[in-house]
Design a protein around this ligand. Sequence first.
Ligand SMILES: CC(C)(COP(=O)(O)OP(=O)(O)OC[C@H]1O[C@@H](n2cnc3c(N)ncnc32)[C@H](O)[C@@H]1OP(=O)(O)O)[C@@H](O)C(=O)NCCC(=O)NCCS
Length: 172
Amino acid sequence: MESITIREVQPEDLNEVARVNELAFNSDVEGQLIKLLHARGKAIISLAAMSEGRIVGHILFSPVSFSPPQPGIRALGLAPLAVLPEYQNQGIGTLLSHEGLRLCRSGGWQVVVVLGHPDYYPRFGFQPASVFGLGNEYGADEAFMAIELQPGILDCLAAVACYCSEFKEIGA
Ligand SMILES: CC(C)(COP(=O)(O)OP(=O)(O)OC[C@H]1O[C@@H](n2cnc3c(N)ncnc32)[C@H](O)[C@@H]1OP(=O)(O)O)[C@@H](O)C(=O)NCCC(=O)NCCS
């Protein structure tokens, strides 16, 4: 693999980030969502994977709330994660996920949820969210996962995790 570096996304990167997502997902919904989250200050962590000055991968974390509210829990949702098709399966998604989760931890976030491939995210420590009594608004089962960055924080929880309103607004 060529040398990959990870850095924070800047406003001037957003068109390139949207393009990476469009090519990875074959859809422009993710790019619109990313731009809206950035515009509204909800892109809490947004990282680009760089190869030779080009953005080849991207990951974003945005706030998640709970129903019923859990004011003691600071949670983020990982979405989206995308790697350019020609750069996939070279460890770039793994680098982005590890660095993103490291920044979540150091930022004092206690929980991260993800709705994604059940074969991919467990390698980072995600478990089915149902293990924690945590539901989702999408009717997903094992594809909805969570990781406790503060062990035990989800003990005895019975709640639904809600991504921020921009996801519904964009139709993501
Ligand atoms: C999913 C994705 C982000 C992974 O990034 P990546 O850089 O290709 O992955 P890595 O090189 O870090 O890891 C490779 C592993 O991911 C697995 N993987 C790749 N795509 C996968 C998929 N769609 N479902 C499940 N596992 C997948 C590979 O099988 C490989 O597994 P192995 O290590 O056991 O052999 C990337 O393939 C992508 O952008 N896909 C299209 C968009 C997408 O589906 N995003 C995630 C939404 S949840």
